[in-house]
Design a protein around this ligand. Structure first.
Ligand code: HEM
Length: 232
C-alpha cells in the first residue's frame, strides 16, 4: 500500500485532503464569480459571452481543468462523508446539548450541518452544470455575433433562467447554504492543514466568515439583479 493510500485510511490524512480540495474548490468559486460578474457590466452580456467563448476556445486545457474539477468535487464529497461516518461510529448517539468549546473547536450550526449543506450544494452543482453547460431543461441554445464572430449567447441563457422566480428562489436558498458551508469550511481547512497558533486562529475564523459572505453575496446578486432588471 502506498504511503498516500495509507494516509487516506487515517482521520488526519483524510482531513488534510478534505481541507486541500476545499481550498481549491473555493478558489474555483472565486474565479467563477469573477467571470460571472461580467454579466453585470451593462453591455447586454457581450463581455460575458466573449469570456465564455475564450474559455471554450481553450479546448484540451479546458477539458483537463474540468476533469480536475470533477475529481476535486468527488474527492472532497467522499472524504467529507467518510469523516462524518467515522465520527458517528465513534459516537453513535449525539450529545443532547452542544455548545461551542471556543478556541479551535468552534462548534456551531454551520459546523454541525456540513454534511447536509455539502450534499445540497453537490446536488445543485450537478443540476446547475446540466442546465447552464449542457442546456438541459432549457428551451434550446442561443447564438449571437460579437465583432463578426458567432458564439453561444450564454448571457441570454442565464437571463432566461433567472426570469423564472422559482429558479431565482432555488438559487437564493442554495447560495445561502454555500455561505454557511464556507463559513465553517474555510476556517476548518486551515486547522486541518495544521494551523494551530491561537494568535492566528481567531483571524482565520473571521477570514472564513468574510470569504463566505463575499462569495455567497456575490453569487446571490446575479439571479436577484437579473430577475428584477428583466435580463442582463
Ligand atoms: C448564481 C450564479 C451563477 C451563475 C450565473 C453561473 C453561471 C454558469 C454558467 C453560464 C456556466 C456554463 C459555462 C460554460 O458553458 O462555459 C456555469 C458552469 C459551472 N458552474 Fe456556475 N454559475 C453560478 C453559480 C455557481 C456556483 C455557486 C457553483 C458551485 C458551487 C457553480 C459551479 C459551476 C460549475 C462546476 C460549472 C462547470 C464549469 C465547466 O465545466 O467549465 N456555479 N456556471
Amino acid at each position: 500500500m502506498s504511503s498516500f493510500t495509507q494516509a487516506l485510511q487515517t482521520t488526519i490524512g483524510r482531513k488534510i485532503l478534505t481541507g486541500l480540495t476545499g481550498i481549491f474548490l473555493t478558489l474555483f468559486l472565486v474565479v467563477h464569480l469573477s467571470g460571472n460578474l461580467l454579466l453585470l457590466s451593462g453591455d447586454g452580456g457581450e463581455a460575458f459571452n466573449q469570456y465564455a467563448h475564450f474559455l471554450h476556445g481553450l479546448g484540451t486545457l479546458l477539458y483537463a481543468s474540468e476533469i480536475i474539477l470533477v475529481i476535486l468535487f468527488l474527492t472532497h464529497a467522499y472524504l467529507g462523508i467518510a469523516i462524518y461516518r467515522n465520527k458517528k461510529k465513534a459516537r453513535p448517539v449525539d450529545y443532547s446539548y452542544t455548545k461551542s468549546q471556543g478556541g479551535p473547536s468552534k462548534q456551531n450550526l454551520a459546523s454541525r450541518s456540513m454534511l447536509i449543506t455539502g450534499s445540497i450544494v453537490l446536488l445543485f452543482v450537478i443540476l446547475h452544470v446540466m442546465h447552464f453547460k449542457y442546456h438541459l431543461f432549457s428551451p434550446g441554445t442561443y447564438t449571437t455575433t460579437h465583432g463578426g464572430v458567432e458564439m453561444d449567447d450564454l448571457a441570454r441563457h442565464v437571463s432566461v433562467a433567472f426570469s423564472n422566480p422559482w429558479i431565482v428562489a432555488a438559487y437564493t436558498f442554495v447560495m445561502v447554504l454555500i455561505g454557511v458551508h464556507l463559513k465553517h469550511g474555510v476556517w476548518s481547512a486551515f486547522i486541518s492543514l495544521g494551523v494551530k497558533n491561537p494568535k492566528i486562529t481567531p483571524a482565520l475564523y473571521t477570514f472564513g466568515g468574510i470569504v463566505a459572505i463575499v462569495l455567497a453575496a456575490g453569487f446571490l446578486l446575479l439571479p436577484i439583479y437579473i430577475y428584477f432588471n428583466g435580463g442582463v
